[in-house]
Design a protein around this ligand. Sequence first.
Ligand SMILES: [Zn+2]
Length: 160
Amino acid sequence: MSGTAGPGGAAPAGPEPGVLPGELVHVVTDRWTAPWWEAFAAGRLVVPACGACGTRRFPPTPFCPTCRSQELRWEPVVPRGRIYSFTVIRHAVIPPVAEVLPLVVALVEPDEAPGCRLVGNVVGVAPEAVAVDMRVVIEARRVRDGVAVPRFRPAGPGVL
Ligand SMILES: [Zn+2]
């Protein structure tokens, strides 16, 4: 990923506090979504835009809602944004999650992609300090070979 975030290197061996265990992450792709996941695993944050009229559509869909075109192009965006919404999970529904609680799950809107929202965990900050509109850096968290999911870290002074 360009800028301050990177693919994150090797997946951690054990449970990482505040992060959903990698074995619970299941990514299913299709011809419309696979390019996003492949780019993100390679360290690039991209958003899909209609190849005919430029309307962004995220998640990518077979048809543009504006012009019905099926053409897509992938536009790189800087991996920085703000928290649009979030929740703090404090109770484990399944045992493996208990080891990493509390877990903050957020929707983050990249600065350069208004209306596009990513889902991931917020790390590097106490859950009580997370807030809507908090500035974050979007990182690619590698969960296994070829698979990375978004993770958000508060942006420090001078980062944005
Ligand atoms: Zn279009």
